[in-house]
Design a protein around this ligand. Structure first.
Ligand code: UDP
Ligand code: MG
Length: 324
């Protein structure tokens, strides 16, 4: 490996946790072991930390995080004042880390993403990358439905002009340099994996295979997945509005032709009792109009939310003193 950065960077591993009392006791020691390995192999500095972000859990997650932090100083934690969702939890963690470390790696707490990919990620940073995307090389352990719906999602996103890294979720290394610019992206509707490619800087990917959750249950049912997909598309692209305009234009052309046709039939005394065709046309146009208004409404609604400029996360507790 050709190392172009010779200083050992300080790493903060950012881990969002929501009702994860079942899995944290299993994965926390694994994160700690990985951090130790990274230190022992001279990749990162002794000051590196594991930052848990409690996303308003209703179970014992926070008391677990608190007890980890008392056992070992490599563990620290912050708590959101309430549940805000995965994206906002990651954001809170990254903003907490900003300025306190050289690199962050965000990863889920359930052990699904291969912890050992961190070694390659840090190596890529040491070789000059500023952003390193963790990309799933296989999805064998996902259900057929999850695998296919996720892949169609990436394809659709790219098709609509949003730049997302194929099969990359939120397992990524980001340098403090990039975070400095990321903080200026102040949107409330977050779709992190689509935002980092926009910031630029030298990026690369490392590949790992996705495993099964070690314990507990997924918090991303189909409903939330669809919401995330719609959010991702409307965050990164105005293509749906263009599409509506195009469909609207074609429908108008055909509509105009239809009117001429109807007038000609009328003038030639050839009118039929066309109830069925009329009903079809009315229904088709009604549906199309509602759908179009809905899509535009999505954007209007988002604009509304953005203009409020409400805080995107509120930290209510810390296991450590940030100002020290
Ligand atoms: N998570 C969170 N807030 C939420 C939902 C999930 O912080 O409202 C965290 C969760 O603890 C986990 C990560 O986000 O670390 C991914 O969630 P999950 O494993 O349930 O999703 P999946 O991997 O099934 O897509
Ligand atoms: Mg998971």
């Amino acid at each position: 490996m050709e190392r172009i950065r010779n200083e050992k960077p300080t790493l903060w591993i950012v881990i969002p946790c929501y009702n994860e009392e079942a899995v944290l006791p299993i994965t926390a020691p694994q994160f700690k072991a990985e951090l130790q390995l990274l230190k022992d192999t001279n990749r990162i500095s002794e000051k590196s930390r594991i930052l848990f972000v409690n996303d308003g859990s209703k179970d014992a997650t926070w008391s677990l995080i608190d007890s980890f932090s008392k056992e070992d100083e490599c563990f620290i934690g912050i708590s959101q004042s309430r549940n805000r969702g995965h994206q906002n939890a990651v954001l809170a963690g990254l903003m907490e880390a900003l300025g306190q470390c050289d690199i962050t790696i965000s990863i889920d707490c359930d052990g699904q993403d291969d912890i050992h990919a961190m070694e390659d990620m840090v190596d890529a940073y040491l070789q000059g990358a500023e952003v390193v995307y963790g990309v799933r090389s296989s999805r064998e352990t996902d259900t057929w439905f999850k695998r296919n719906s996720a892949q169609s999602f990436y394809k659709l996103m790219n098709h609509l002009g949003a730049e997302v890294v194929y099969n990359h979720a939120d397992y990524r290394l980001v340098s403090n340099t990039v975070l400095e610019h990321f903080k200026d992206y102040e949107e409330v509707n977050l779709f992190l994996r689509g935002m980092f490619p926009l910031i630029g800087f030298h990026s690369t990917s490392v590949y790992y295979s996705r495993k099964e959750r070690m314990a507990g249950e997924s918090h991303y049912p189909l409903k939330k997945m669809i919401a995330l997909a719609i959010n991702g598309i409307t965050d990164l692209s105005v293509e749906p509005i263009h599409l509506i305009a195009k469909v609207g234009a074609w429908v108008s052309v055909f509509g105009f032709a239809g009117i001429i046709w109807a007038i000609v039939r009328h003038l030639t005394n050839n009118t039929v009792q066309g109830w069925a065709s009329l009903t079809c046309i009315v229904l088709f146009l009604g549906g199309l109009q509602l759908l179009s208004i809905g899509v535009i409404g999505e954007y209007v609604g988002k604009t509304y939310m953005e203009t409020k400029r409400r805080p995107r996360y509120i930290i209510s507790k810390r296991t450590y003193n940030k100002d020290r």
